[in-house]
Design a protein around this ligand. Structure first.
Ligand SMILES: [Zn+2]
Ligand SMILES: [Zn+2]
Length: 120
């Protein structure tokens, strides 16, 4: 068994039968311009994607995401103070309930923002 036979096989360089004609200066400039446009378009796309990501993050930060109270922090366990403007607006404290805002002192320290259904 001639083990070395496969390794000694020489690879004949394939001479290109149809060598590409070297591009003229005008073609080179056109190619460069095309590349420049593609790059600019790509940058635009990336910028737009970045903006969309930012807007999404902003929406979530403003309360678009689902939030829940942790239920264990001081704010969560505290009762309605009955003195802040939010408490005074609650029907139980003689308010109209139009604001539907939780007591200012009951803000969950884990979330900073309370779910609106927990305003009572
Ligand atoms: Zn209050
Ligand atoms: Zn909490």
């Amino acid at each position: 068994m001639a083990k070395g036979a496969a390794l000694t096989r020489t690879r004949t360089p394939n001479p290109n039968p149809n060598p590409k004609p070297s591009p003229t200066p005008g073609q080179v400039a056109k190619e460069a311009a095309k590349e420049e446009t593609a790059r600019a378009r790509q940058a635009q796309r990336e910028e737009r994607a970045r903006l969309q990501e930012q807007q999404k993050a902003d929406r979530l930060a403003r309360g678009g995401g689902k939030r829940q109270r942790c239920g264990v922090c001081v704010g969560c366990r505290a009762g309605n103070c009955g003195k802040c403007s939010c408490c005074l607006d609650m029907p139980r404290f003689g308010g109209t309930g139009g604001r539907r805002q939780p007591c200012k002192y009951r803000a969950c320290s884990q979330l900073a923002v309370q779910v609106s259904s927990d305003w009572y």
